[in-house]
Ligand binder design. Structure first.
Ligand code: UDP
Ligand code: MG
Length: 154
């Protein structure tokens, strides 16, 4: 099954929203295969946000991402990259649809509580950036046959 990388940003951790986000992930039937707290630094953020290093908001973005520890997660599921991006909502929390995590829990285009990989290719790169192989647990929960039809499992 596909995997994706999620970061619960300082705007999630500091506001006490870790549990809300994890609760929605689990209620959806998405499997958590890796989870840890980390303090990010500028080196890893320059890699992770390489597409944004030249933007005027990059210093502020780095500062906001280093303001407290973050929670990094690896999620597993069928089509989980696109499923979780849809659950996350668009970048700006003020424009994100109600019912999405950003739409329900934030008001900012920067302090927008979550990072989620945007493609299966980037998910693989990002998982390797934030997790050692032994920190990701490829287990299958006992209830999986109630989450998927047999022909949806592979
Ligand atoms: N960001 C920002 N200002 C902007 C655009 C993005 O501060 O105008 C921040 C925001 O925290 C966002 C992150 O940079 O989540 C990564 O931007 P990207 O365009 O990849 O958005 P995402 O994939 O997180 O929706
Ligand atoms: Mg992005």
């Amino acid at each position: 099954m596909e995997q994706t990388l999620v970061i619960l940003k300082p705007s999630c951790v500091e506001r006490g929203l870790i549990g809300e986000v994890i609760s929605r992930i689990q209620k959806k039937g998405i499997i958590i295969t890796g989870m840890k707290m980390m303090q990010l630094d500028e080196k890893i953020l320059r890699e992770h946000y390489a597409h944004l290093v030249d933007k005027p908001f990059f210093p502020g973005l780095c500062e906001s991402m280093m303001a407290s520890p973050v929670v990094c997660m690896v999620l597993k599921g069928a089509d989980v990259v696109s499923v979780f991006r849809a659950m996350t909502g668009v970048t700006n929390g003020r424009k994100a649809a109600p019912g999405t995590l950003r739409g329900d829990f934030c008001m900012s285009g920067q302090a927008n509580i979550i990072h989620a990989s945007d493609s299966p290719e980037n998910a693989e790169i990002e998982i390797a950036r934030f997790f050692k192989p032994e920190e990701v647990f490829d287990y299958t929960p006992a209830n999986v046959s109630f989450i998927y039809a047999t022909d949806e499992l592979n």
